[in-house]
Design a protein around this ligand. Structure first.
Ligand SMILES: [Fe+2]
Ligand SMILES: [Fe+2]
Length: 493
């Protein structure tokens, strides 16, 4: 609840994009992938008779069969670095990233593109399945056929295995270095979400988490921001509704670091800023979930409690184990993050005070992320709507210089905006133009529609000309991705 109460509730409730699969199925799908991950790993250590292994087989069977009972069939397919469960794209939860990555890379290496279980699966079938999979060598073209044959040799005919489909070279123009950075960025991003979650859980349990682990992650994030900030900015479009609090803290730290970098902060100051941003809402760990996620307006009592979260955040941070890693600037930043320049913010102070720079930076980062995220009590604004509102309505409350930097950071067509181009094509903004003079000409990912919905076509630089002095493509206007059922985050993963 980062916005003013009135603004937060003025836009009514709307649903997330319909492209997403049902939460129940997504949950089971995530469980399945993590079960496969564990199973693939333990089967490399233990044999089929081992007690631990058999226990994992049983647990995996429960998930597999629950899915088959629910859906009648279970197919898992890999296409262009994504996993599809019964032909619907499976979005991974914040915790699920490692398992997804593991399953994806191992299946891809063995050139296995999919598996379908028709009918309930028995223990012996899953056993054979796992061990045959392990016995396949990497990179053999007819692995899928061999797999099917070996299953048949064991009398198993209810499982189909298909080869990996070649994905067209859709990432034209991306260099190996960019790909590497992208992979590292994803890992750091999801690891940070997981670590923030872990720490908040420890805080709730009155344990004292170790700040140093988070500090190392912030240092990695800073390195990535320096290398190519657009990769991390792209990941901020993920907006995981289930893990909102943690996801939000990580997004805020990415925006804050982008702003801090523009202010010329040293790496040391950036590390402090990043950590402060990750902890800015730590005080919410003491507010009941029912209040945090309440779909209706908060009553006075609940709102009063909500307004205490900056101060409770300060108390939480002062209780951390390595207090030496925390300095007053960080504590004040947390305290200040909802104070406003025109005294309309909170907590209410007896005397007017200057809002600290950390506080002002986090406030802007916080507001931008909160406004562009769908919440149970209001819809999400598109990135450029959020920027416009911040510029127009919040001008008195927010630091104008920092606002300018925010625009420089995300662009006037912010990363993740859906845009209509002069050619009639649709594009998603990938990277702002490095030259501020040409802010209206970012790099975009062109997308087009096929049977499965919108797919990524190629990258286009809007600076490209037709040979002469005419630009090949220009942005005509921005569009609302919800209306087109386009899940923006998918194009950044
Ligand atoms: Fe907050
Ligand atoms: Fe926040």
């Amino acid at each position: 609840m980062e916005l003013d109460k009135s603004a937060a509730q003025s836009q009514g409730v709307s649903r997330a994009p319909s492209e997403a699969m049902s939460p129940d199925l997504a949950k089971l799908g995530n469980q399945l992938v993590s079960k496969f991950h564990v199973l693939m790993r333990v089967s490399q250590i233990y044999d089929a008779k081992n007690v631990t292994f058999r226990q994992f087989i049983q647990e995996s069977l429960q998930t597999i069969n629950a899915l088959i009972q629910k859906e009648g069939i279970l197919s898992l397919k890999i296409l262009k670095n994504e996993i599809f469960l019964n032909d619907q794209r499976l979005r991974y939860s914040a915790d699920g990233f490692t398992s997804f990555k593991y399953v994806l890379t191992h299946w891809q290496r063995k050139l296995i593109g999919g598996v379908t279980f028709r009918g309930l699966v028995e223990e012996t079938v899953l056993n054979e399945f796992v061990f045959i999979f392990n016995s396949l060598e990497d990179g053999i073209e007819d692995n899928a056929a061999r797999f099917t044959q070996r299953l048949a040799d064991h009398g198993i005919r209810s499982v189909d295995v298909t080869p990996l489909e070649e994905s067209a070279s859709e990432e034209e123009g991306t260099t190996l270095q960019e790909e590497d950075n992208k992979e590292v960025a994803k890992k750091v991003f999801f690891e940070t979400i997981g670590t923030v979650k872990e720490m908040i859980t420890q805080i709730k349990a009155k344990q004292y988490p170790d700040v140093r682990k988070l500090k190392r992650l912030v240092q990695k994030t800073i390195h990535l921001v320096m290398e190519d900030e657009s990769i991390l900015l792209g990941l901020t479009t993920i907006k995981n509704y289930d893990e909102y609090t943690y996801n939000h803290c990580v997004n805020v730290s990415i925006y804050a670091l982008g702003l801090g970098r523009r202010l010329g902060f040293s790496r040391e100051t950036l590390t402090e800023l990043g950590l402060t941003a990750l902890f800015h809402d730590a005080g919410k760990s003491r507010i009941p979930k029912e209040v945090l996620n309440k779909p209706a307006a908060l009553n006075d009592e609940e709102w009063a409690l909500m307004k205490k979260h900056p101060l409770m955040g300060v108390e939480t941070v002062l209780n951390l184990k390595q207090l030496g890693e925390i300095n007053p600037r960080m504590v004040i930043g947390i305290f200040d993050h909802h104070l406003k320049g025109d005294a309309s913010g909170y907590p209410k102070l007896f005397r007017k005070k200057e809002i600290s720079l950390f506080g002002r930076i986090i406030q802007i980062a916080d507001m931008y992320d909160a406004m562009t995220t769908f919440r149970v009590y209001r819809k999400a604004w598109t990135p450029e709507q959020a920027l416009a509102i911040m510029l127009r309505d919040r001008g008195k409350q927010l630091d104008p210089i920092l606002l300018k930097f925010l625009i420089g950071l995300v662009g006037i067509f912010p990363i993740g905006s859906l845009v209509l181009l002069s050619t009639g094509e649709l594009g998603i903004v990938l990277k702002p133009n490095a030259d501020p003079k040409w802010m209206d000409r970012p790099q975009v990912i062109l997308i087009s529609r096929d049977q499965k919905g919108y797919v990524k076509k190629e990258l286009a630089d809007l600076m490209a000309t037709n040979g002469g002095n005419q630009f090949k493509r220009s942005i005509v206007k921005t569009l609302d991705p919800n209306k087109y059922h386009i899940d923006i985050a998918k194009y950044f993963l």
